[in-house]
Design a protein around this ligand. Structure first.
Ligand code: AMP
Length: 285
């Protein structure tokens, strides 16, 4: 695996690969890699001739009150893990490399960026869309791998790629979970031992809701109630939202069908955690 920090070096390498008819898989991350990230790299490895993993803690997607300054990093471990999982080119640009000046041009995807995560984090998805657009422009024709843990992010990126005619195929990868069902996240490290225990209420609440759906319940309000009640049992958990929406356009769903996605966001101590599932399929444990 080669480590590259300069855009033009990465592009030269990618031009050479493409001239040899090699397909390219792109895995954008903010580092502090865990098995969720590695599952994306492995999938990219299995479907492409060459894999580019990027590690960049993107300042544009953090609000001023958020955790940009404390976001965990461990580049040595990441380098080892990314290589083991099958990365060929690891792109780790500095801030200056990505933004040589003030950013005057941004990308925003209307409507679907303003609900759910977007309601709590109004500038977040514009930051995500802008950096992903940059990465798509830098890397060029490729397949790009994203985790379903950030369900809304995938919809925003899919829509951006479609609207702006990127020659990038967006690939979705399932959520990888800890033993107790908690979705893996770099931010889980913010949890104290006790908070970490409480965090298992999140997947538990989704499991409980899914049981009820399997039994035949189709009213979103009932399912929302079950999840909220379960989460409220923990005083450590502060619910941001529990919502049932159409998985593609993110519009609120009253009656559950096969496209319904259940999304949850909570705060526990210093961590803001999200999770989601297809209402009929449930969690992949
Ligand atoms: P991040 O470093 O948090 O920006 O995540 C980089 C990519 O990894 C995104 O596409 C995430 O959705 C994905 N990802 C993060 N956690 C998981 C997980 N537990 N399972 C699957 N994908 C994940």
């Amino acid at each position: 695996m080669d480590i590259l920090t300069e855009t033009k070096h990465l592009q030269n390498r990618l031009d050479d690969l493409r001239n040899s008819q090699m397909s390219i898989g792109l895995v954008p991350t903010m580092g502090y890699l865990h098995d969720g990230h590695l599952s994306l790299i492995r999938k990219a490895r299995s479907e492409n001739d060459a894999v580019v993993t990027t590690i960049f803690v993107n300042p544009l997607q953090f609000a001023e009150t958020e955790d940009l300054d404390t976001y965990p990093t461990d580049i040595e471990k990441d380098t080892f893990l990314a290589s083991e999982a099958g990365t060929d080119l690891l792109f780790t640009p500095t801030n200056e490399e990505m933004f040589c000046d003030d950013v005057l041009t941004t990308v925003s995807v209307q409507e679907i960026s303003t609900v759910l995560e977007g309601a709590s984090r109004p500038t977040h998805f514009s930051g995500v869309a802008t950096i992903v657009a940059k990465l798509f422009n830098i890397v060029g024709v490729c397949s790009a791998y994203f985790g379903e843990k950030d369900w809304q992010q995938i919809q925003v990126i899919k829509r951006m790629a479609q609207d702006l005619s990127y020659r990038v195929e967006i690939k979705r990868c399932p959520i990888i979970r800890e033993k107790d069902g908690l979705a893996m996240s770099s931010r889980n490290v913010y949890l104290t031992k006790e908070q970490r225990k409480q965090a298992s209420h999140i997947p538990e609440s989704l499991l409980k809701a899914h049981e009820k759906i399997i039994e035949g319940e189709r009213q979103s309000s009932v399912i929302k109630g079950i999840i909220s009640e379960r989460l409220d049992r923990s005083s450590a958990i502060d619910i941001d939202y529990v919502e049932l929406v159409n998985g593609e356009n993110l519009s609120i769903t009253d009656q559950i069908d096969e496209e319904t996605r259940v999304l949850v966001a909570v705060r526990i101590g210093a961590a803001r955690l999200i999770d989601n599932m297809n209402a009929l399929e449930g969690l992949n444990l």
